[in-house]
Write a protein that binds this ligand. Structure first.
Ligand SMILES: [Zn+2]
Length: 86
């Protein structure tokens, strides 16, 4: 588990870049509650092998990111659903 976490480290310049790109794509709107997003949340959790890439990230506010459960994502906020397709 620790190895996985280090591979997909949620820190550093690479994460910062993709996080900011995610916030820009989702207009800084939290995809769970519609609030102001300040971070990005993994759709497929890192623990389940989800990569830190844009298609697997949604904008989220701190409370929702911390609460992180299997809550469904409010897809209506997505500008372009093709982001979600493989
Ligand atoms: Zn939220």
């Amino acid at each position: 588990m620790d190895e996985l976490m280090s591979v997909h480290s949620a820190r550093g310049a690479a994460w910062n870049r993709v996080r900011l790109a995610c916030l820009e794509r989702d207009l800084s709107v939290c995809q769970y509650c519609g609030g102001h997003a300040t971070t990005a949340d993994h759709v497929i959790p890192i623990s389940k092998g989800g990569p830190s890439e844009l298609w697997n990230l949604v904008a989220a506010c701190q409370p929702c990111n911390a609460r992180k459960s299997d809550r469904p994502i409010l897809r209506r906020f997505w500008r372009d659903e093709s982001w979600f397709r493989r």
